[in-house]
Design a protein around this ligand. Structure first.
Ligand code: AVJ
Length: 337
């Protein structure tokens, strides 16, 4: 993915061909077929976020049970203030802020309000429509800010036109938890290459905690998370000619203590067969599709991960009871691959 200048969204989604009146996304089809042929059926969580899925996710963020969102948002004004003081003590003239998985753009606001050194903002997200709406709002609130938005898959390496400014990545929400630890390290290493020497990365990380609190966050009483999870079935039905029956699958979210991750699955209630783009898939009763991992890290565990990718932790902010962490990483000159 290559991000170029210009204020209107750049569509950089690859592999789209027009087929019988609608767009078939071949990356999606390939990933689905490959994932469902595995002994443990699995789908990449990035496919949750079509327009409907992004709306469900925004609703999840309004839930009291979903502590990561509200906790991080509450912590951000303090982070922004201290960051401002920190930045003032560094040889930094201006900042280019790059948000990965920008979504609704709510979290960047406290940073933009406090840090006037941010002259340029680059927003990357997989859901283009969502981002387009949000960036128009942002442009109104911050008329002097240069804004670039791009739809694309930031799990792949990206090329960025670096300006003279110091680059700072912003990856809130503990989305890094969707990666396997090794992939998270690869992502951080790629991001370090993208952002360049002397750059920074501000990251939200969800921490290990009480199992009940974790599981409640992914099993909300309004069943919004269940709908978010099942939306991937709706999406396959619509975009890939699949015939999933939504009421024959149930939402499952459990904390896997050994691996330190929340796992989401869709469990087949009965033995059944499903067709996707002409291929048949068998489900035993109780068999699951593994749809998401959400890894939780002790701050020290995360330090290790970050340093394995060549980043050094500069600062950490912890929410009350340590239920969420925001970290500032630095691509220090003395760190070599
Ligand atoms: C957007 C990946 C941070 O893992 O908590 C919320 C997604 N899944 N509820 C998370 C999600 C179910 C969320 N992230």
């Amino acid at each position: 993915m290559r991000i170029s200048a210009g204020n209107s969204p750049v569509c950089v989604w690859p592999n789209k061909t027009k087929k019988s009146g609608y767009f078939m996304n071949h990356g999606f089809l390939q990933d689905v077929l490959a994932g469902l042929r595995l002994p443990q059926k699995a789908l990449p969580p990035k496919y949750f976020y079509d327009a409907q899925g992004s709306e469900y996710f925004d609703k999840i963020c309004e839930l009291d049970e979903y502590y990561p969102y509200r906790t991080e948002l509450a912590l951000l004004p303090e982070v922004a203030q201290e960051l401002k003081q920190y930045v003032a003590q560094q040889p930094i003239e201006s900042i280019q802020l790059v948000e990965f998985g920008a979504g609704s753009l709510r979290k960047v606001k406290p940073l933009l309000q406090e840090l006037s050194l941010i002259k340029e903002f680059v927003a990357l997200d997989i859901s283009g429509e969502h981002l387009k709406k949000a960036s128009a709002d942002l442009a109104e609130s911050f008329p002097d800010l240069q804004i670039k938005v791009a739809q694309g898959d930031f799990t792949k390496p990206i090329e960025l036109e670096l300006s003279e400014a110091t680059s700072m990545g912003f990856f809130p929400g503990s989305t890094i938890g969707n990666f396997e630890p090794e992939e998270a390290s690869d992502f951080l290493r790629n991001a370090r290459a993208t952002l360049g020497e002397g750059s920074y990365m501000l990251l939200g990380v969800d921490t290990k905690k009480d199992q009940q609190m974790l599981e409640r966050a992914y099993n909300d009483s309004k069943d919004i998370t269940a709908r978010f999870n099942k939306n991937i079935l709706t999406r396959m039905n619509r975009e890939l000619d699949a015939n999933f029956h939504l009421d024959q699958f149930e939402h499952l979210a459990i904390y896997n203590q050994d691996l330190g991750r929340i796992e989401m699955h869709l469990r087949s209630c009965i033995q059944q067969e499903v067709q996707i783009a002409g291929e048949s898939f068998q489900f035993k009763e109780g068999e699951t599709i593994h749809t998401e991992n959400s890894y939780k890290y002790h701050p020290e565990e995360f330090d290790q991960l970050a340093s394995s990718a060549g980043w050094q932790r500069e600062k950490i902010w912890l929410a009350p009871d340590g239920i969420f962490a925001i970290m500032l990483l630095h691509n220090a000159d003395n760190v070599r691959d």
